[in-house]
Design a protein. Structure first.
Length: 173
């Protein structure tokens, strides 16, 4: 499979922030922002792989700025790095007051998306190469983040094993 440039997967999504998506503070629900992040990352990953994808993990999401009702939210995503079947996708979310033009970065996130075949088994993806300085910086640091995720996944599996599947009301105190 021929490697593709990061720019080929670039995906941009802008939305108004409307009342159904805001909380009693008049700001966007964190979960709604996370859904936007997942959506735009999935589109970028499918654009790169040209295969269906699943979200394997999201690195930390810090809500740096509130996103106010009436403002807009703009998300940019592209594939920064790939391994065999997995892709790292970088997402930046910016909020903008359309009347004043004031813009603030409200969060950045890295998601790991895995391409799957018709039986939902992981399936190989093309490599990716960076061109801009920003892409190069993200690409060069990706291996370290990949190692960190591998350790985190191992710990998550250990926790899942430790806590098991028993119903909470049947747990021994
Ligand atoms: C009408 C039809 C139209 C169709 C049109 C097509 C368009 C279709 C677009 C879909 C767009 C929607 C996108 C929705 C996105 C969701 O919402 S998906 C729902 C949420 N996610 C899930 O349910 C995923 C559940 N987990 C799984 O299915 C499996 O654990 C996984 C992620 C596929 C991994 O499978 P596995 O058998 O454990 O495989 P394993 O060999 O250990 O790992 C495979 C790769 O995953 C990586 N990986 C596994 N876990 C992790 C982790 N926690 N962190 C990072 N990497 C990980 C591994 O490092 C490995 O990478 P490579 O070294 O191959 O590069």
């Amino acid at each position: 499979m021929e490697a593709k440039p990061c720019i080929d997967s670039l995906t941009v999504k802008s939305s108004h922030v409307l009342p159904p998506d805001t909380n009693s503070h008049g700001t966007l629900f964190g979960g709604k922002l996370m859904a936007h992040i997942d959506d735009v990352a999935a589109i970028a990953a499918v654009r790169h792989a040209r295969k269906p994808v699943v979200t394997a993990s999201t690195d930390s999401v810090d809500f740096l700025q509130p996103v106010f009702e009436g403002d807009t939210i703009c998300l940019e995503a592209f594939v920064t790095w790939t391994h065999n079947t997995s892709m790292e996708v970088f997402v930046k979310a910016t909020t903008e007051n359309l009347l004043t033009g004031e813009r603030k970065v409200c969060t950045t996130a890295f998601l790991s998306m895995v391409a799957v075949d018709e039986t939902n088994e992981p399936s190989p993806v093309p490599g990716v190469y960076p061109e801009s300085d920003e892409e190069k910086w993200l690409h060069e640091n990706a291996q370290k983040r990949h190692e960190h995720r591998k350790n985190r996944r191992k710990e998550s599996k250990e926790l899942a094993e430790k806590f098991g599947t028993s119903f909470p009301w049947k747990r021994d105190c």
